[in-house]
Design a protein around this ligand. Structure first.
Ligand code: GRF
Length: 186
């Protein structure tokens, strides 16, 4: 399975998946990393892992459509089969969705449909819920709304977004590879 990972930030989920592929735990290969942010730390991680990385900033294009077409060209060139979103902070538009129908996966740090969108961990802590978690889902046109593939609960550390985030990330790094493994075996 040829995957492209999309990320806008640190890329710890990228690293977890890259390691799972390298160690043969996940029968897949990350063929490309795509980011919309030239300062994203995932770029360093991709370089260290010797995986091609392309920065495509939306502001360099006249429209969202043009941006997505540049992404699609990059994906076609690397024969990408699946798109794996890992902290990619932008909605996927119509053209990219139709180029990869039911082949785009996202991980979100809450038990969806609770706390979609940005800062899901902060939202959960601020709301005072006792349990939050991680969701892996297929991507549709909405914000964190597509069909759910897997979920795992994580206890909230009361009033402490940082410790809660740490616990969530540890779960993400296991749940993402396990979910993709099952998905690719289908
Ligand atoms: C993760 O919490 C993921 O669920 C969310 O963005 C974060 C990315 O973290 N969509 P990282 O860049 O993989 O470290």
């Amino acid at each position: 399975v040829r995957m492209a990972v999309f990320a806008s930030g640190s890329g710890s989920n990228f690293t977890a998946l890259e390691q799972a592929c390298r160690e043969g735990e996940l029968h897949a290969e990350i063929v490309h990393v795509i980011t919309d942010k030239p300062e994203a730390y995932v770029i360093e991680r991709a370089k260290q892992a010797k995986i091609p990385v392309t920065v495509l900033q939306p502001k360099a294009f006249v429209s969202k459509q043009a941006h997505e077409h540049a992404i699609i060209d990059t994906l076609r060139a690397s024969e990408t089969e699946w798109i794996i979103l890992a902290g990619y902070m932008r909605l996927i538009g119509h053209d990219l969705l139709s180029a990869y129908p039911s082949r785009i996966v996202n991980i979100h740090p809450s038990l969806l449909p609770s706390f979609p969108g940005k800062d899901a961990i902060g939202q959960a802590v601020d709301h005072g819920v006792k349990v939050t978690g991680v969701t892996v889902h297929l991507v549709d046109a909405g914000m964190d709304t597509g069909p759910i593939l897997s979920q795992e609960a994580v206890r909230v550390v009361e009033g402490d977004a940082e410790s809660t985030a740490e616990a969530i990330h540890a779960v993400e790094h296991v749940l993402y590879k396990e979910t993709l493994k099952l998905l690719f075996e289908q």
